[in-house]
Ligand binder design. Structure first.
Ligand code: BGC
Length: 375
């Protein structure tokens, strides 16, 4: 695994050191593998680092498919790690708010942890008050994935029939690829042997100024959504698709995160800020721009492209400074934001929402791209 495309980078590096200008750009992605420790049960965990030879580096661990770091340059070429996380596996083994994690079998909430499929009621693990959140007590973020792949990192995991209450054996594969234009592409695949529900996403907390470098309130956000799904006091969608027009949820033009976040708006109060699913304008299942975020001080820009119909925009409202992350940085309230591409929360109980049912013999496939640049 260490050797993947690493040789390509190595030979390019040798070429660079032997020749005079202009140096050839090693525009091939390379992968490095290192041991990252062991789980409490003694399972070995690895850390893979993809680098694209164009200034971007991403690390992913086989524990929970967690993206532990994303290093990208700012407008002056200075690289910073723009996601929250921990230096070592120990941090991730403790309770934490899904930093960088691969989320499944069902991303976000299922009301009361209950849903019915073909007349059978399924009871899911309840781990968020009376609700089920992000796959339950031991979701996909807390299992060790099998690694493979060549230029991309391929993680796979089989979720057993009945795991966290879900029906069907689910074979999941997630590939992480780094492209030469500074994009991290995540492809999600799944198949089942029995009808089930699936909603996979990634839970990275971004701070484009660099993790731990203050709050994200100055980031300028655009979301391609005319509507969002308002929630009840338990953050379960009511079923309404509400126009963003005239509300603090209107991000159709770039707006600073902090501009309206403290407004006395019932939805903002319920979420303690933004913690809502946006109904993306592209409902066609094709890859399209969902959101764009710019951090004005460093000039870093992130675009989110997805095939998914929804985007959970969460502004780290529940962070409270009690977590110390990478390099001893403390993560206070709103020090990171998440853009979780997904189907809408509680879809198994909302027949009017785009369906999340996967039947035996069908292929689940979604793609999300986080593309970085500077302005
Ligand atoms: C949810 C938040 C939750 C956070 C961390 C987000 O996806 O919408 O309500 O606090 O994940 O668990």
């Amino acid at each position: 695994m260490q050797t993947f495309a690493f040789r390509a980078l190595l030979s390019a590096a040798i070429l660079t050191s032997c020749s005079s200008s202009p140096p050839p750009q090693p525009h091939k992605s390379a992968t490095r593998k290192q041991a990252f420790g062991k789980t409490a049960a003694g399972q070995g965990v690895d850390l893979y680092t993809l680098s694209n030879g164009a200034g971007m580096e991403v690390s992913i661990t086989t524990y929970g498919g967690i993206v532990t770091s994303i290093k990208v340059p700012d407008r002056t070429g200075n690289s910073a790690d723009v996601v929250l996380g921990f230096d070592s596996l120990d941090g991730y083994l403790k309770e934490h708010p899904y930093f960088g994690a691969m989320i499944g079998r069902y991303g976000n909430r299922v009301g009361k942890g209950l849903f019915t499929l073909n007349g059978v009621e399924y009871k899911l693990a309840r781990n968020n008050g009376e609700n089920h959140l992000h796959g339950g007590l031991v979701g996909f973020d807390k299992v060790v994935w099998k690694a493979g792949g060549a230029e991309s990192l391929e993680l796979s995991y089989t979720s057993k029939d009945g795991e966290e209450g879900y029906p069907g054996n689910l074979d999941v594969k997630v590939t992480y690829s780094l492209t030469t234009d500074n994009a991290l592409r995540i492809d999600y695949f799944a198949t089942t042997d029995k009808e089930t529900v699936v909603n996979l996403t990634n839970h990275s907390y971004f701070n484009l100024a660099g993790h731990g470098e203050g709050d994200v309130l100055g980031h300028e956000v655009t979301v391609q959504a005319d509507r969002f799904t308002p929630v009840d006091s338990g953050l379960i969608p009511t079923g309404e698709l509400r126009p963003v027009e005239g509300t603090p949820f209107d991000f159709r033009q770039a707006r600073r995160i902090g501009e309206r976040i403290e407004q006395k708006d019932e939805q903002l109060i319920r979420g303690k800020g933004y913690d809502h699913n946006f109904v993306l304008n592209n409902q066609g299942g094709t890859l399209a721009l969902a959101a764009r975020v710019k951090e004005p001080r460093t000039g870093r820009v992130m675009e989110v492209h997805t095939t998914e119909p929804g985007l959970q925009f969460y502004t780290g409202n529940f962070l409270d400074g009690s977590i110390t992350g990478k390099g001893g940085k403390r993560y206070d309230q709103r020090y990171g934001f998440c853009m979780e591409t997904q189907h809408y929360p509680d879809s198994p109980n909302k027949p009017s929402f785009p369906p999340v049912v996967l039947k035996a013999g069908e292929q689940y496939k979604t793609t999300t791209i986080y593309k970085f640049s500077v302005e």
